[in-house]
Design a protein around this ligand. Structure first.
Ligand SMILES: [Zn+2]
Length: 254
């Protein structure tokens, strides 16, 4: 019985944090009307939690759906999730270490996906998770040159997950990027700092050839940052909270 209530609490906590993550990603400018975030189900590793197909800034608790790794909605709920949900399902299937996934069209990141020789690399310590540089997924390599660039099925999702490999960030040429982390807060942290790093890298490259973090420096600072994720989350949550609260109050009044 105690175990049951602990499980209920864990699920409730994961769902609430996922709503907050949606609002943080909007208020930090990483997503607009598009983009999505998911978290692996805390009790069922073969499932994930993600919103129904709605703009991140409008996500409420009631919008959170449970999907299996084929992309099907598990709960008796006919509201569909995002068209590109296969980004999430296939990354979870390939990477057991991943606990959360964010897909966005992060505006400063997109240019790095379309210039083959200008790798997105860690310019400073907050983006150390970029390691040796973010790989680029070229959809033409797997689906030809007449797609709409969206990850519409499991095959494309699996190809994207293979491009991600062991990295935490994969750029998607002409589209956006996908960022993963061992947990939701880390995935959000890394998504925000991928955007910040991209912006700074453009500035630095205009001044001259940057000195990036070495692989050793990136690994060392990554270990340091792991203990600091909560600090950024607390700030971003406080910034995003008024919007969350307003939406929940509106939903309660429906
Ligand atoms: Zn997209």
């Amino acid at each position: 019985m105690i175990q049951d209530s602990r499980a209920v609490d864990e699920l409730k906590h994961a769902r609430t944090d996922l709503v907050v993550a949606n609002h943080i990603l909007f208020s930090t400018g990483v997503v607009d009307g598009f983009g999505h975030v998911s978290v692996r189900h805390p009790l069922r590793p073969d499932r994930l939690l993600i919103a129904r197909s709605v703009a991140p800034a409008l996500v409420k608790l009631d919008d959170i759906l449970e999907l299996d790794l084929t992309g099907a909605t598990v709960s008796h709920d006919d509201r569909g999730s995002y068209l590109e949900r296969f980004i999430h399902t296939e990354v979870y299937a390939l990477r057991p270490d991943v606990g959360a996934v964010v897909h966005s069209h992060s505006p400063s990141v997109v240019p790095f996906g379309v210039v083959g020789d200008s790798l997105l690399r860690p310019l400073y310590h907050m983006a150390s998770f970029l390691g040796a540089g973010a790989p680029v997924f070229e959809i033409r390599d797997v689906a030809g040159d007449a797609t709409d660039l969206l990850i519409r099925n499991r095959e494309l999702g699996a190809a994207l997950a293979r491009s991600l490999g062991k990295a935490d960030v994969v750029l998607m040429r002409g589209h956006g990027c996908t960022v993963v982390g061992p947990d939701l807060r880390t995935a959000v942290f890394q998504t925000v700092y991928t955007e910040v790093n991209a912006k700074m890298q453009v500035h630095a490259q205009a001044l001259g050839p940057p000195t990036f973090l070495s692989v050793g420096e990136a690994a060392a600072t990554n270990a340091t940052n792991a203990s600091q994720v909560g600090r950024a989350w607390a700030l971003w949550k406080a910034q995003a909270e008024p919007l969350c609260a307003a939406l929940q109050a509106e939903a309660a009044g429906d």
